[in-house]
Write a protein that binds this ligand. Structure first.
Ligand code: MG
Length: 456
């Protein structure tokens, strides 16, 4: 039996710390179960696999490959690649599924498997349950004459690049004509395989750091403002028009303005959405923890905004249902259905460059026009008892005109332009408490009110 107790298992993946529960045996087991599920589901029996640049990547990529081949899946290995590149390959090759060996923005000691369905989207709750049946039961292994075949595919990055260049409203000639100077920080993740090529194709002059794809992260890998000091300095020193920072698996993008200031990851989706809405009307979709900057973008364009439970797949499924124009998450994850229904940092970068080209305004000014809020994010230990009584009491005491219980409790005061969200984490024994308001004092006060309501 595999001991999964030190691991974090969710519907769309499994992650853990290398050597502390996360071993090749565990990864092979999960990959074999996923492969058996994918084969049963189809179409066909091909599974695409790829990884970010982590030091533990080669070990776990091979372990996962062995699991897939052992259940008779044919494996197409795209090597070191952004997660969105792997997802796009699943779609393009009409594969039965995909595996991304990546712990996304987690620190260097982590790694993980993420499960991708034939649509190129991560498994949702129902699909995850169907896969669990294989994980918990006997996995049907192939005999020698049924084992899968392996092949390498070096073309996934180029296909991804071409898809971005085909975004209908992306005016490649206009962007090229501006000869933007871009400062880039790929944190020695998988971004180095694609980002410089994309920017050069768009006519940019690139001043880059940390393009090496060796997984030796030189900073905390999450692309939040406090981790981007080096990129801020690079923008100032090089006089770049904009700075782009990604996480190791390249689904999140964070921006540094031409003034050398990291403007915060919430602005990536807000600005990308404003650009898309210049070209087409259609709903916006985001999660419950994302900034009000999105409400403002939707209101200015006269389109509805829908909010979902946290988790990329929840946003993506709702985008499908609403035929949304654009969506994503406030953590820098932009989803553009023209390319695919998944967060994609190279797509986000192309949209931001198009916005700069179209408006002729600097990024700092575009951010100023998009609005300004203070957002406070905290986490507290998760109490043992269910939180429904806490939600009831908070809703009563704080008397918010709107509340949402899809994912914890979100209280909203639209007229005061503030909201708060209390949510038990799906992957850690904590409760996340987030509030946003016009001033930091108001946001802190809201967070304190919510925290005080939680039992010790
Ligand atoms: Mg990521």
């Amino acid at each position: 039996m595999i001991d999964t107790s030190p691991l974090m298992v969710s519907v769309s993946g499994v992650r853990g710390r290398v050597g502390h529960g996360l071993t090749p045996e565990v990864i092979t087991h999960f990959a074999a179960a996923f492969g058996a599920y994918a084969r049963r589901r189809g179409p066909g029996r091909t599974v695409v696999i790829g990884r970010d640049s982590r030091v533990s990547g080669p070990v776990f990529l091979r372990a996962a490959t062995a699991g897939l081949l052992s259940v008779g899946c044919d494996v197409v290995d795209v090597g070191i690649a952004p997660t969105p590149t792997i997802q796009l390959s699943v779609e393009e090759l009409q594969a039965a599924g995909g595996l991304a060996v990546t712990a996304s923005h987690n620190p260097i000691e982590w790694n993980a498997l993420k499960f991708i369905g034939p649509s190129g989207m991560f498994l949702d709750a129902e699909e995850g349950r169907a896969m669990r049946a294989f994980l918990d039961g006997e996995i049907p292994r192939a005999t020698w004459d049924e084992l899968g075949q392996w092949r390498a595919d070096g073309g996934a990055g180029e296909r991804h690049l071409q898809r971005i260049l085909q975004i209908p409203f992306l005016d490649v000639a206009a962007i090229r004509a501006r000869r933007f100077h871009v400062a880039l920080d790929c944190v020695r993740g998988a971004g180095g395989t694609l980002f410089p090529r994309l920017l050069e194709t768009l006519g940019c002059r690139v001043t880059a750091i940390h393009l090496e794809t060796d997984g030796r992260f030189p900073r905390e890998p999450e692309p939040v403002a406090e981790n981007l000091g080096e990129l801020e300095a690079l923008v100032k020193q090089s006089g770049a028009d904009v700075g782009f920072a990604t996480d190791p698996d390249v689904d999140r993008l964070s921006l540094v303005s031409e003034q050398g200031r990291a403007i915060g990851e919430e602005y990536t989706l807000a600005l990308a959405a404003r650009l898309v809405l210049r070209h087409r009307r259609g709903a916006l979709v985001t999660n419950l923890s994302t900034s009000r900057l999105l409400d403002d973008a939707a209101a200015d364009a006269g389109v509805p905004l829908f909010r979902t439970a946290v988790g990329e797949i929840n946003v993506a499924r709702r985008m499908q249902a609403e035929r949304a124009s654009v969506g994503g998450e406030g953590n820098g994850g932009v989803i553009l259905p023209d390319v695919h229904l998944t967060r994609d940092a190279p797509v986000a970068a192309a949209l931001i460059l198009q916005l700069l080209a179209e408006t002729g305004q600097p990024l700092s000014e575009l951010a100023r026009q998009a609005g300004s809020y203070a957002i406070v994010k905290e986490k507290v230990a998760r109490p043992a008892q269910p939180l429904d009584a806490v939600y009831d009491r908070l809703a009563r005491e704080l008397a918010a005109p709107a509340q949402d219980r899809q994912d914890g409790l979100r209280l909203d005061w639209p007229a005061q332009r503030r909201w708060a969200h209390l949510r038990p984490s799906g992957t850690e024994p904590i409760v996340r408490v987030i509030a946003e308001a016009p001033t930091a004092a108001e946001a802190h006060e809201l967070v304190e009110r919510l925290r005080a309501a939680l039992p010790e």
